[in-house]
Design a protein around this ligand. Sequence first.
Ligand code: AMP
Length: 562
Amino acid sequence: MTKFSDLALDPRVLQAIAEAGYETPTPIQEQAIPEALKGRDVLGIAQTGTGKTASFTLPMITLLGQGRARARMPRSLVLAPTRELAAQVAENFDIYAKHTKLTKALLIGGVSFGEQDKLIDRGVDVLIATPGRLLDHFERGKLLLTGVQIMVVDEADRMLDMGFIPDIERIFQLTPFSRQTMFYSATMAPEIERITSTFLTNPAKIEVARQNSTSATIEQQLVQFTPSRKDRSFTEKRALLRALIRSEGEGCTNAIIFCNRKMDVDVVAKSLKSHGFNAAPIHGDLEQSVRTKTLDGFRDGSLHLLVASDVAARGLDIPAVSHVFNFDVPTHPEDYVHRIGRTGRAGRLGKAYTLAVPSDDKYITQIESLVKQSIPRGTVPEGIDLASEGSDRPQSDRGPKSGRDSGRESGRDRGRSSGRDRRDDNRPRREEKEPAAVEVVAVAEVVEAPRPVREERVREDRPREERQADRNTSDRREERPRSDDRRDRSRDERPRDDRPRDDRPRDERPRDDRRYGRDDRRDSAVVGMGDHVPDFILRSFKLPEAKVEELEDEAVLNSAEA
Ligand code: AMP
């Protein structure tokens, strides 16, 4: 069996690995590290959890051991699709490079440019960035990529999902032709093939088998129930979730609860909190600082239950989770494998519950055929009558017709069914309505008055082409706009509040000052509007229906919490 010491890594790296407690290299490390140390390009087809981060970080540190960084000219570059993943790479780098003098900078949205500029000015050996933020720094003239000797593209298939491929191509072109490239993707879509054949030179192709099987250390249970009424499915599922968590008692040291929809992540987390559980949501609409705090809390054990969307949780390295609850059956079978793979790691035992209603049957069939096993059936914990347990208000203060659901029912009785009620029938996501927040933003943008060009336009993890699309549609792309659930997922991964605003006049916007150079921007007047637009014209008075429903849902939950 290969040992790390067989891999010709820098002794300081070997020491750090030993301190991290790693004994043997994982298959991707065993195969990629020797090739990378030879200076060869590497094409790694591997997912998170295979040890791929160390497979590029360890040789990078070894290769960069000689030489010094020059101001504004990083010697290596790692691109990751999301802030969390970039931050995770940076954490890995800190662990493995701790006995070296190598320096790094992390360029991600939600962090001030000033601090990042200072680091780059001093000169860094390793620059870890999301593509958008990297290009922003470049355009501001604060960064030169001509000194990049090693470039890593991590999670390229997610870059593709997020529309970052044009940015990646551009970054490739800004780096020297002689650079060494390490490129990682879980899948090889045609577009990814194209990029690799354009920018990689005779790469060592290393494929680690796709994990379509579930670990034997995970005890799985599928708890199926039929709601007392179709429109009470969501409510009764929340009651079932509480009952299952309680039934696990002390054994449930921490858990991730997965929902298919971001809005449900919020509602489920609020509902759990109102019942005295220590729970918090994580999804892309939350501010970065909140997401980071939540994750830190979950990692250090101060947060017990993390309620998450697939996108927010994917790729995050959260060790030692005792339980996973699939509040919704995932509609993509491979998500089931990813989700439950959060528990039962490194030989530990874990438990994964999946809550299902009759309309989930087809997804269950798909999952079982993917994992080639039948998921053991569990039952609703004894003594629980979901129909009467259904209220989100704790039993103690529940009156005969009080609580969230009765409130909502009375709303419905008044002749209007809420968004949540309509969602309760578990229809596939493609029937979901357009996200309310996006619609509101879109309205605001359509009537945005022309303003002077801002000098420092802040852009983050946002694909360049996306802004172009924004002109015509409110369907903003986000993480994983994959097939049928594209619209729903479009809401998923962008923090609403720190979404960068492009304040340039609309007709000057997305042709992209980066491609054409800032000075090429035409300072044209806006035809027909003049300089001043009265405030009232900019205001939208009518909230989209979906927004009204979301607010109603929130009001119901808030009143139950009160
Ligand atoms: P990654 O696929 O890079 O996200 O890594 C997944 C997890 O595996 C991380 O928690 C790493 O710290 C851990 N890991 C990476 N390499 C090894 C190794 N050789 N032995 C044990 N754990 C490892």
